[in-house]
Design a protein around this ligand. Structure first.
Ligand code: PMP
Length: 438
């Protein structure tokens, strides 16, 4: 496949844009380096690059594009918003509509506030939790990603009584001191951390279903235990559902039928992003009324935004949720994902390639290993070189995946059986080539 124009543009981008990309996840560093593919057009489940190669897309822009690219209902909503003026700096009626839609789907959100990204949403939930509890420390789980604000760019310490170390240069040690990291799906470690840090802990922050080291379900009882232990400690539970809300069904983890005891797994605060903006920049956070009343102008916790709640993002979000509210949408994405994962597993097996697949409805992750993936340590302990080889073989055969062994594949409402057939044919060829390279 000729990608010479992408290579040329990458060299040019390197002159002007740091690292040639506007988000490090877009670089090919984790899959052996070189030029990422520069796309110029996308429609439905497909991408075309600047050399006119076509790809089936499973990246879905890291999640927001759940209705496929350039969905006509969303495009019409954005066009209508643009024609009416794209930014007012005043309240609009549209914001109320999207807030009502979110509240109806996520019952723990009595009050909502729109921001511009998942990072902002998460960052603010932490501020609100700190304001409400008048405590400062946060417990998070290893491998969960919560955006790029200082506090959540902190990696694991070496035990429950050890504070975190910064995961990024530029995060002061004094901030990392406010974060404790424990393994996902491990209630004993959480209990030990809460016992040790007790009344210093403002909140426990979690991706209730993980999307950032593969798709990982909480073990039975994990979220119930997490909520119980956290509340008993007088701390708040924050769910980061930036990836997961509206991903598996029309709602959030707290109403997902794949989990029981919905009352017992209800968070105090929820952070949202991605899908709820239909592909335009957005974030939102919300929760119980008395907690959210900490936020300015009602309360002492400050949060603001020039672009927050802009009519284009809000209109795209409403349109996206309208598409997702139709009957059978999620069942169909799941049907295709079941076909695809069964075929991938069979094909890898045929060529002696170890492959563990974690699938949750229409989203799944592929891990080159023989063991199950239930936490970050297990996800790290997989074959990155095999993934890199698979990624490149698939790309050369017209299938676009995220260039990271931790990221998920996302089915969209635009994928068809023909896409699955073509993807499985590409995978069979890729696994065969990989087996020959061994
Ligand atoms: N939380 C989670 C769970 C995420 O996956 C992400 C982004 N991948 C974020 C927060 C940050 O969102 P954004 O990139 O919109 O800032």
């Amino acid at each position: 496949m000729n990608r010479s124009t992408s290579e040329h543009l990458y060299q040019e981008a390197l002159q002007h844009i740091v690292g040639g990309v506007n988000s490090p996840s877009r670089s090919f560093k984790a899959v052996g380096g070189g030029a990422p593919v520069f796309m110029k057009r996308a429609r439905g489940a497909h991408f075309w690059d600047v050399d006119d190669n076509r790809y089936i897309d499973y990246l879905a822009a890291y999640g927001p594009i759940i209705t496929g690219h350039a969905h006509p209902h969303i495009t019409a909503a954005i066009t209508a918003a643009a024609e009416n003026g794209i930014l007012y700096g005043t309240p609009t009626e549209l914001e109320i509509k999207l807030a009502q839609m979110l509240k109806a789907a996520i019952p723990s959100m009595d009050k909502v506030r729109f921001v511009n990204s998942g990072t902002e949403a998460v960052m603010t939930t932490i501020r609100v939790a700190r304001a409400y509890t008048k405590r400062s420390k946060i417990i998070k789980f290893a491998g969960c990603y919560h955006g790029h604000s200082d506090l959540v760019l902190v990696a694991a310490g070496s035990g429950p009584s050890t504070l975190g170390i910064p995961d990024s240069a530029g995060v002061p040690a004094s901030i990392a001191q406010e974060v404790i990291t424990v393994p996902f799906n491990d209630l004993d470690s959480l209990r030990a951390a809460l016992e040790h840090w007790g009344e210093d802990v403002a909140a426990v922050m979690v991706e209730p279903i993980v999307g950032n080291f593969g798709m990982v379900m909480p073990k039975p009882g994990f979220l119930e235990g997490l909520c119980k232990l956290t509340r008993a400690n007088g701390s708040l539970v924050i769910y980061d559902e930036v990836i997961t809300a509206f991903r598996f069904h029309y709602g959030s983890t707290q109403t997902y039928s794949g989990l029981d005891h919905h009352e017992a797994i209800t968070p105090d605060l929820t952070a949202l992003g991605k899908i709820i903006g239909g592909g335009l920049p957005i974030g939102a956070y919300g929760g119980r009324k008395h907690v959210m009343e900490q936020v300015a102008p009602l309360g002492p916790a400050y949060q603001a935004g020039t672009m927050a709640g802009n009519p284009a993002s809000i209109s795209a979000g409403i349109a996206c949720l309208e598409v997702l509210a139709a009957d059978g949408v999620y069942d169909e994405m799941e049907r295709l994902a079941v076909r695809l994962t069964a075929g991938l597993q069979e094909s890898a097996g045929r060529h002696g390639i170890p492959l563990t697949i974690n699938r949750i409805r229409g989203a799944f992750s592929t891990h080159f290993c023989d063991h199950p993936i239930t936490n970050y340590e297990e996800a790290q302990d997989t074959d990155g070189e095999l993934f890199a080889s698979f990624f490149r073989h698939m790309l050369d055969r017209g299938v676009n995946l995220a260039p990271s062994k931790y990221e998920a594949w996302f089915l969209t409402t635009a994928h068809t059986d023909a896409d699955i057939d073509a993807t499985l044919a590409a995978a069979e060829d890729s696994f065969r080539a990989m087996a020959a390279e061994k």
